[in-house]
Write a protein that binds this ligand. Sequence first.
Ligand SMILES: Nc1nc2c(c(=O)[nH]1)N[C@H]1C(S)=C(S)[C@@H](COP(=O)(O)OP(=O)(O)OC[C@H]3O[C@@H](n4cnc5c(N)ncnc54)[C@H](O)[C@@H]3O)O[C@H]1N2
Ligand code: MOO
Length: 406
Amino acid sequence: MALLPVADALAQILSGVTVLTEEQVPLGTARGRVLAASLPALRTQPGFDASAMDGYAVRAQDAVAGACLTLIGESAAGHGFDGRLGPGEAIRIFTGAPVPDGADAVVIQENTRREGDRVTIEMGAVAGRNIRRRGLDFIEGAASLAAGSLLGPRDMALAAAMNYPAVPVRRRPKVAILATGDELVLPGEAVGRDQIVTSNSFALAALVEAEGGEVLDLGIAPDDFPALEAAIRRARDERVDVLITIGGASVGDHDLIQTALTREGMTLGFWKIAMRPGKPLLHGRLQGMHILGLPGNPVSAVVCGILFLAPLLRALLGRIDAAVPRRRAVFATAWPANDLREDYLRARFVADGESGPPRVVPSTPQDSSLVGVLQQADCLVIRPPHAPAAKAGDACEIIDLRAAGY
Ligand SMILES: Nc1nc2c(c(=O)[nH]1)N[C@H]1C(S)=C(S)[C@@H](COP(=O)(O)OP(=O)(O)OC[C@H]3O[C@@H](n4cnc5c(N)ncnc54)[C@H](O)[C@@H]3O)O[C@H]1N2
Ligand code: MOO
């Protein structure tokens, strides 16, 4: 059976996505959430012409160098001056305070000399100088935050300044994670002679949380149908949006996950893709659930998580930037030709101080069981199917794992 190309597998997963419903959350809890609607400004900022400096509000035509003006009052932030500035007059003003009617410039106090209620201008004023015009920042009604954006600290500042006490965001996707295998124990448990510690469940839970999802941890199921089917039913009963299974996806006698999922009602989308690591990836739907059956090898599970689970979660959240970003790099060493599977090589950047695209060295060995190599990697080098042998200096495409926060 021909293996499905990586791009087709991703397109198939994303084609079945319905964006999640929206909910209102208090602004203070909205960091990391995805906006469900664009937010127009609810006010104009600044709402009045405001001083950018501490000094004196003046009429520029009066405040020439050497002029002596009469001080008639004060305008402070939160306490503006009620009257109007007349010819030959000045008003003491502070940063953020409303510029009084009649004034058209602010002279900073370092450029003046003050004696009682007299202010001598030492450097002439320029009309408009040191004044932030009303609406300089944003205007009421103008759309400033786009639907589908992920709210970070700077977005929070703008939403607050625009006067939103709460914002409409997408519901968090709920993701069940099921590790499978008789050999698995949890970190800290006694590890028998034939056993290993589950690592994938932790990587994938972290990935789900980093992408704004909520994890339902289904723990570890042994390689038997009753246990697997009970876990699948639990995910279905909890109405999760995505069920991730780890392991048991290949062709061995103990690889039961596809049969268990099918028995529980899954409609298979695809199984086996032209990718290394990640060949036995499985995708299907069971009622409302998206199902991703990830291979058990730790690198395969994590790379499939980055390539397929992250975009799936972003699509469910309606994110504008659903694709995992790729960038150009160059090989710092030679690398052999590729076969029919699209390869995602764990690689490190060469810190040689040179400018230009990053130079990368694929790690050796590339075995998909190596958690240590994966953790040390800076990026994944993408090798298209049948890519010819590369020599040092040849261009390549990478996923920058560190920049992506993975
Ligand atoms: N005859 C063939 N054998 C295999 C093929 C194939 O095409 N023909 N594909 C290989 C590829 S590629 C992969 S990838 C693996 C995937 O196998 P499974 O998805 O069935 O995974 P398991 O056999 O259950 O486990 C593989 C490996 O990973 C370890 N593992 C499993 N779960 C975890 C976990 N939660 N944390 C850490 N490590 C885990 C498990 O102990 C095994 O060592 O199949 C190849 N075989
Ligand atoms: O594709 Mo498997 O994922 O090479 O190790």
